[in-house]
Design a protein around this ligand. Structure first.
Ligand code: C2E
Ligand code: CA
Ligand code: CA
Length: 393
């Protein structure tokens, strides 16, 4: 009878050299989970290899005599890549956290001592959604590094227009990976990269590619031109990278390109101290920072309090639902008013037809972007058959 019930409980492998903790976890969580404990990392890996198909999550302590928890979780990821991994640690430094994410590809890191209630919630969360730390990304960051180094990375530009008269005010640069995108979606590629050093390489390459096409952009979009670049909060947490960005801003200003950076709202790093300090620095240097994907995740409203953003970009999902969903419609209207009270400009993305454009205009949005005006295009192909027709109609 008991065996039948156990078969329906998720199986958790927990490895820790602290026998007391193991027995307390078995006692407190044993009624919700089938907890398999082991005080030896080496035998636990053997066990995992023989039981891969039955395990639902792996928990490891950071400090263990035979091997550290990151190495253990790394090996566990090779044996059972799809099983979420949780690291328990007494004292996590930023470096070990980063290492855990990159090497152990953990979905969560918990500080010891951890209460049974937190452990239970974390296990439930990780099993239903092992992201955001990369456990289930199908494409690896190394494949992205490889694509960039082989020049299999290019850019497209999507124009942005003034909401008043639909005249062009600038554009957003987006990355393309012609080879990788045959196997993975762009979202997966960016998702696998955005908390990894490769994202710095990607942004740096975007800026180089942009510089190469400065003349074409002036011919198509005017001069000077405002160009926004998507930048991961991971990159902005790094002062060296921010110094490098600042230098590129100056270089491109000489070429009459004014860079702006779009920072996605959904990454929890936007709330980190390092990010905030560096974002303030950029603001002081006169660089515009926009909150991207506004309205998608949990951080949007909180970010409005920070005074280093100069504008927000309403996410295209929100904009596309505006005509049919009252809640989204009201949210957009409210957001424009609040943003303007705070001195922020509002850009709507994903504008696909004139009806949406007109409504956004009525709400007082400042700028728009979307297929109605132009799809993202290679710089040479920009505006071959769009905005001009629209703007004059
Ligand atoms: P995003 O920053 O929200 O960019 C806007 C996305 O909406 C783009 O998707 C664009 O092609 C798409 N889009 C534009 N107009 C419309 C429209 O009218 N309707 C609809 N349905 N979609 C529209 P894309 O190019 O696939 O890029 C996806 C995401 O990947 C971007 O979303 C951005 O978050 C990220 N990304 C792209 N390039 C880079 C990059 O170089 N660096 C970083 N960090 N992220 C990037
Ligand atoms: Ca963007
Ligand atoms: Ca977006």
């Amino acid at each position: 009878m008991q065996n039948t019930a156990l078969a329906f409980q998720p199986t958790i492998l927990m490895v820790d050299d602290d026998e007391m903790l193991l027995s307390s976890v078995r006692r407190t969580l044993g009624s919700s989970f089938h907890i398999v404990t082991n005080s030896s990392a080496v035998t636990a890996l053997d066990w995992l290899a023989k039981n891969v198909s039955t395990v639902d999550a792996v928990i490891a302590d950071l400090m263990m005599p035979e091997m550290d928890g990151i190495e253990f979780l790394h090996r566990a990821s090779e044996i059972a890549p799809a099983v979420p991994r949780i690291l328990l640690s007494g004292n996590v430094s930023f470096l070990s956290l980063r290492e855990a994410i990159n090497r152990g590809m953990v979905s969560r890191v918990l500080a010891k001592p951890v209460s049974p209630a937190i452990l239970r919630d974390t296990l439930n969360d990780s099993m239903s959604c092992p992201l955001p730390c990369g456990a289930r990304h199908k494409v690896s960051a190394l494949e992205v590094v490889d694509a960039i180094e082989k020049n299999h990375h290019s850019i497209v530009v999507q124009p942005r227009v003034s909401a008043k008269d639909f005249s062009i005010v600038g554009g957003e640069v987006l990355s393309r990976f012609p080879d990788l995108q045959q196997r993975f979606s762009l979202e997966d590629i960016i998702g696998a990269s955005e908390d990894h050093p490769v994202i710095n390489q990607m942004t740096s390459n975007v800026l180089n590619l942009l510089e190469d096409v400065a003349d074409t952009l002036h011919a198509k979009l005017g001069m000077p031109v405002r160009i926004s670049v998507n930048c991961s909060p991971y990159s902005l947490g790094n002062m060296d990278f921010v110094q490098f960005l600042m230098q590129r801003v100056i270089d491109l200003r000489r070429k009459h390109i004014e860079l702006e950076f779009e920072i996605t709202e959904h990454n929890p790093k936007v709330l980190s101290e390092a990010f905030i300090r560096n974002a303030r620095f950029l603001k002081e240097q006169g660089v515009q920072l926009l909150i991207d994907d506004f309205g998608t995740g949990n951080n949007s409203i909180q970010l409005l309090r920070h005074n280093f953003y100069t504008g927000i970009k309403l996410d295209h999902g929100l904009v596309s639902r505006m005509m049919t969903e009252t809640l989204d419609n009201s949210f957009v209207e409210w957001t424009v008013q609040i943003a303007h009270k705070l001195g922020l400009s509002v850009i709507a993305e994903g504008v696909e037809d004139l009806a949406v454009a007109k409504r956004l205009q009525k709400y007082g949005v400042d700028e728009m972007q979307g297929y109605y005006f132009s799809r993202p295009e290679t710089p040479e192909n920009l505006l071959m058959n769009n905005i001009a027709d629209v703007a004059t109609s």
